[in-house]
Design a binder for this molecule. Structure first.
Ligand code: ADP
Ligand code: ZN
Length: 613
């Protein structure tokens, strides 16, 4: 047990490390609590959104406690960058993973045994090797940090079998505190982490999952590539961002399309050669303003702070996944956009994929539940953020920074329209023993005498031409929303034909009213107006823009020389503060957020020279 006095001492040491090493003034949210708890030897389970500041929660305890903090992370490809970023602030860090040769590994092991490491990053699979455990036994471990802890949860979307054996940490080293961290926060995942990692006695720290600087927008999908281009040109010219696509083929096509239109875009998916993938990731991290077009294989652990937008061209499979992916935007707290284009085809495709997926019924039901929650988010007429946060168990009020808040969609009573559509499906099925896709059903409702209509004698159906009050695009909206609400189904024949569901009967029988969303004529656009007000130059007084630009140029040169990402040198937010406060001495420079002892010593003179030129 720690006494009150000890705790004061612990808090003092933590605050001192925060200023001296990281150059920050104060802890954010519940960082101080978490750090004090872990420094005092307690176990912790930390749920905090991306960008919330999880890293300091184990890095500072590792610096304050005796020995080496061991960080378990699945992100082998990013370990070098993480170590570089720590080295830049004067923290002694190393990693052990399969990318190293024997000699490199021996050097890290020797440093660990010699007590020369504050932090050691390990891939989870290394712990299966007895020699790794034996190594840890021979040195002094100050704590275990289990990063991306949701990887242990089978309910979630990033399950890694190697994470299951991490319960052994507790069995083998019962006296070493453990801190598990994740940005995934549904109740189910939360409980699964606790159970599987045997964190029964851990204190839980649950932060708010709101990311107020991210603007959530979900647009009807018409011509997705053009819509994307329009978004990038009008709101994010020159900004770094991520575009997610479902398939490798659409990643390639979209990247090519953007390049042809003058945007620096790179592809990333599991089918690319590992070297190309690594090179593209590295360019995205190191250069300014690259757009990464990727499958969801990309992004976990990417801690680039200035990703200004995340765009989805296909519907994500779950709200958890969507929130993680969009959360990669705006870690630096500056305004950012999460934009998703979504249409009828997405619903059909996802339903089909679930039908055809391997695994048992329970698995399919789980996938179905995930999809339904995602569809409900897409079709809501309420504030998107309220619905997102509600999914994570938080109550909130309308945010004013999502598309439905900025341009509220109307809802309308779609009961009669739904009945017309459903009865067409029923008639085809019952009277003709036929099933058709959305296109044909809509043609029938609109009374179009197409070749396919006359061939099939569909003009003699009693519902032929009874739906001329709506336009074709509106009918597609009706189909999409009925599918989303489970009032209409996709047949599992693989042709996307429509069938009624058990729930359809209540609509046809008139017992259930159907509320539908009318698409806004003009989709919501960024509320903050013109391009210059967004991104890196946001809210910067005009007279300091030039200074900021020269600081950025200086930073780019430093980063290039050292072969590290620009943000490892300084974040935009730090350069911005330097530009606006114009410090003239090293002492003044040292008070700026993000400039700790080490960076002041290394870059102080250089920055002052830029400022005085
Ligand atoms: P997470 O891992 O939760 O996504 P990070 O640990 O990468 O978030 O932190 C996000 C950003 O916030 C980083 O750039 C980090 O340096 C910064 N940060 C974290 N804590 C503080 C703090 N107390 N004061 C200022 N900046 C902070
Ligand atoms: Zn809102």
């Amino acid at each position: 047990m720690t006494t009150g006095l000890d705790l004061d001492h612990v808090r003092g040491a933590a605050a001192d490390t925060l200023h001296r090493v990281f150059g920050y003034d104060e802890f954010r949210g519940n960082q101080a609590e978490i750090i004090a708890h872990v420094v005092s030897g307690g176990d912790a389970l930390v749920l905090m959104p991306t960008g919330g500041g999880k890293s300091l929660c184990y890095q500072i305890p590792a610096l304050v406690r005796e020995g080496t903090g061991v960080v378990i992370s699945p992100l082998i490809a990013l370990m070098q960058d993480q170590v570089d970023a720590l080295t830049a602030v004067g923290v002694r860090a190393g990693f052990l993973n399969s990318t190293q040769d024997a000699e490199q590994r021996r050097a890290v092991e020797a440093a660990f045994l010699g007590g020369e490491l504050d932090l050691l990053y390990l891939a989870p699979e290394r712990l299966r090797i007895e020699s790794t455990s034996a190594l840890l036994d021979r040195g002094t471990v100050s704590l275990f940090a289990i990063d991306e802890a949701h990887c242990v949860a089978q309910w979630g979307h990033d399950f890694r079998p190697d994470y299951l054996q991490l319960s052994m940490l507790h069995e083998r080293w019962p006296n070493v505190p453990r801190i598990a961290l994740t940005a995934t926060a549904t109740e189910q995942t939360h409980l699964e982490i606790q159970k599987r990692l045997q964190l029964g006695d851990a204190r839980h720290f649950v932060a708010s999952f709101d990311r107020p600087n991210i603007q959530y927008r979900i647009a009807p999908k018409n011509s997705p590539q053009q819509q994307l281009l329009e978004l990038l040109r009008s709101e994010h010219p020159g900004d770094a961002g991520i575009v997610y696509c479902l398939s490798r083929a659409s990643v390639e096509k979209t990247a090519e399309f953007l390049v042809q239109n003058g945007i620096e875009a790179l592809p990333y998916h599991a089918g690319l050669d590992a070297r190309v993938r690594a090179a593209n990731q590295s360019r995205f991290l190191r250069e300014d303003g690259i757009v990464m077009v990727a499958t969801i294989a990309f992004g976990m652990g990417i801690d680039k702070p200035d990703v200004r937008f995340v765009a989805h061209l296909d519907l994500p499979k779950s709200v958890e996944g969507y929130y993680q992916e969009t959360g990669r935007a705006g870690r630096d707290g500056l305004p950012s956009t999460a934009w998703l284009a979504y249409g009828l085809q997405d619903v059909m495709q996802q339903r089909r994929m679930i039908d055809q997926s391997e695994g048992d019924d329970a698995h399919r039901r789980r996938l179905g539940a995930h999809l339904d929650a995602m569809l409900a988010l897409c079709e809501t007429v309420e504030c998107r953020r309220m619905q997102l946060l509600a999914y994570f168990g938080e109550t909130s009020t309308p945010c004013g920074n999502c598309d439905t808040c900025l341009a509220p969609p109307e809802s309308w009573d779609g009961t009669v329209a739904s009945q017309k559509l459903l009865s067409t499906v029923v008639r085809l099925q019952r009277e003709r023993n036929q099933k058709f896709g959305a296109g044909q059903i809509i043609d029938i409702l609109l009374g179009k005498e197409t070749a396919r209509v006359t061939q099939n004698d569909h003009e003699t159906l009693s519902t032929f031409g009874i739906g001329t009050e709506l336009a074709e695009s509106e009918w597609r909206g009706v189909v999409r929303q009925l599918l989303a609400q489970g009032l209409l189904g996709v047949n599992s024949d693989g042709f996307g034909t429509l069938v009624i569901t058990e729930a359809s009967a209540s609509v046809l029988g008139g017992e259930r009213r159907v509320k539908l969303r009318r698409e806004p004529e003009k989709p919501a656009r960024g509320s903050r107006g013109s391009k210059a007000s967004r991104g890196a130059l946001a809210q910067l007084p005009a007279e300091t823009v030039a200074v900021f630009e020269s600081l950025r140029a200086w930073r780019a040169a430093e980063a290039k020389e050292q072969g590290v990402p620009a943000y490892v040198i300084f974040h935009d937010a730090t350069l911005r503060e330097v530009a606006t406060t114009a410090p003239s001495t090293l002492e003044e420079l040292g008070t700026i957020t993000g400039i700790g002892e080490n960076k002041l010593a290394k870059y102080g003179e250089g920055m002052l020279a830029v400022l005085s030129s």
